[in-house]
Ligand binder design. Structure first.
Ligand code: NAD
Length: 467
């Protein structure tokens, strides 16, 4: 495979060390990846700091055009980037193509937003203006489930607002991000965008760095807590998009055949490695058996294979650590519930796990109480709506939730009582760049997307003049 480079100060450079990146479908080495040293991280931050004044002074229209040109490059290279993404991340090629094009769509929409000055008051001896100023150097830390899409959440608003960036992808999925950096490097002035790769050892240094003014982080709640603690040293701005244990509630008036495919998609997309996937499914006793059977059929017929093969619905888990973790959840499922589809790893190389449906399971089991982040869904029976709302809210997470019902009034009545940043009705996992997205409780701090997300990459400044 082609060589990969870091992007520091507009230059493609080798890492001070290298590290192997594996293909999770084969466990073979896909490429040797450059690995940045602490000194290279410092150089990337210094380059971003040096580039900041000129970039912040560049008219927003010009910054907007450059972000749109990056979207053009993404679209023109979608096929190659998608193949690389599937090879390192595992997801089916059609989903990887959707991810690259989705990233371009986020660039287009978020890059088109405005940051207007707002006049709060003008008269009676006082003129008050509210301006949105850039912060400076922003660190973007990305997980391995959607390496490109999540970069698409962060890069356009950070740069549009006039900040410069140091991006750090996850150690098991750095290649598509490095390739993207190589493709767009000549669009931006040197130092505006820097991309480094690490072996899980530079995140803390980036979040502590005194010259970094904001960290935009997506990853686990445990790491988010560390980011918040390190950022406290310099009172950095932080946006944290963290883990979830999304509850989905099926009311007794649904048509099981009609809702089951949407529920399956909401739970098993990207082999369940989605922060907002359905992770606990609560089903009313009146339709419990039927929903369980429909989901088991869907799981038994879903094609699990190498994402590069046409027709694959579920690829492997992304890395060995996650694979081992999900195996632990399978053991727990067998002890505490009844497995009605899947239940095992697959007898082949690669981190493959059969899509698994577990019924007759409840709170108190790991599979219900913890975030599985894999293709294993617990289906929990309930009989009363007050009780199920209490159980759905009985977690420290609060990312997403959904309600499935035929009667919209009943669906809204439940949705309004759920503690989550997003509650869907009769769907799950519908996101778009103009709809703000953020977590409640320990699923995060702040929001991404839309004007609300853009504002988090700025400092509000009031100019209050006597007139
Ligand atoms: P992770 O927290 O282990 O890693 C995320 C990133 O943080 C990686 O780039 C990693 O190298 C970096 N990192 C590691 N230690 C760090 C430190 N001390 N300081 C700063 N950065 C550090 O998460 P993961 O295993 O890559 O991803 C899975 C988790 O992410 C799941 O819990 C999932 O729910 C969550 N997630 C959340 C969202 C969301 O938007 N809410 C999206 C995707 C994934």
């Amino acid at each position: 495979m082609q060589p990969f480079s870091l992007l520091i100060d507009g230059q493609l450079v080798a890492g001070d060390a290298t590290m192997p990146v594996l293909n999770p479908a084969t466990e073979e080495i896909l490429a040797e990846c450059p690995r940045a040293s602490h000194a290279q991280l410092d150089r990337a931050v210094a380059a971003a700091k040096a580039a900041f004044p000129a970039w912040a002074a560049t008219p927003i229209e010009q910054r907007r055009q450059l972000i749109a040109r990056m979207a053009d490059v993404l679209e023109a290279n979608a096929a190659d980037l998608a193949r690389l993404l599937t090879s390192e991340q595992g997801k089916p090629l059609s989903d990887a193509t959707g991810e690259v094009l989705g990233m371009a769509a986020f660039f287009r929409y978020l890059g088109s937003l405005e940051l207007p000055m707002r006049v709060i008051e003008d008269g009676n001896g006082r003129r008050v203006e509210a301006h949105r100023r850039p912060l400076g150097v922003v660190g973007a830390i990305i997980p391995w489930n959607y390496p490109l899409l999540i970069l698409g959440f962060k890069l356009p608003p950070a740069l549009l607002a006039g900040n410069t960036l140091v991006v750090k992808p996850a150690p098991t999925t750095p290649l598509s991000t490095l390739k993207f950096a190589e493709l767009v490097k000549d669009i931006l002035p040197p130092g505006v965008l820097n991309v480094i790769a690490d072996a899980n050892d530079l995140g803390d240094a980036l979040t502590r760095h005194p010259d970094v003014r904001k960290i935009s982080f997506t990853g686990s709640t445990a790491t988010g807590q560390k980011v918040m603690a390190s950022a406290a040293q310099t009172l950095k701005r932080i946006t944290l998009e963290l883990g979830g244990n999304d509850a989905s509630i099926v009311l007794d008036d649904v048509d099981p055949k009609k809702v089951a495919p949407g529920i399956f998609e909401g739970a098993f997309q990207n082999s369940g490695q989605v922060c907002l996937a359905i992770k606990r499914l609560y089903v009313h006793e009146a339709v419990y058996d039927e929903i369980c059977n429909e989901l088991a059929t869907l799981a038994n017929t879903a094609v699990v294979d190498d994402g590069l093969k046409q027709g694959t619905k579920l690829g492997p888990l992304q890395n060995k650590m996650q694979y081992e973790k999900v195996k632990g959840f399978l053991d727990d499922a067998k002890r505490n519930g009844k497995v009605i589809a899947g239940g095992d790893v697959m007898d082949r190389p690669g981190y493959f796990i059969q899509p698994t449906i577990v019924r007759d399971i409840a709170e108190g089991s790991r599979l219900v109480d913890e975030e599985q982040f894999g293709p294993v869904l617990p289906v929990i029976k309930y009989s009363e709506s007050d009780d199920v709302i209490r159980r759905a809210n009985g977690t420290s997470y609060g990312l997403g939730a959904s309600v499935w019902a035929s009667d919209p009034d009943r669906a809204y009545a439940v949705a309004n009582r759920l503690e989550a940043g997003t509650v869907w009705i009769n769907k799950h996992l519908d996101m778009a760049p103009h709809i703000p997205f953020g977590g409640a409780k320990q699923s995060g701090i702040g929001v991404e997307f839309a004007e609300e997300g853009l504002a988090e990459f700025t400092q509000l400044q009031i100019i209050n003049a006597a007139v």
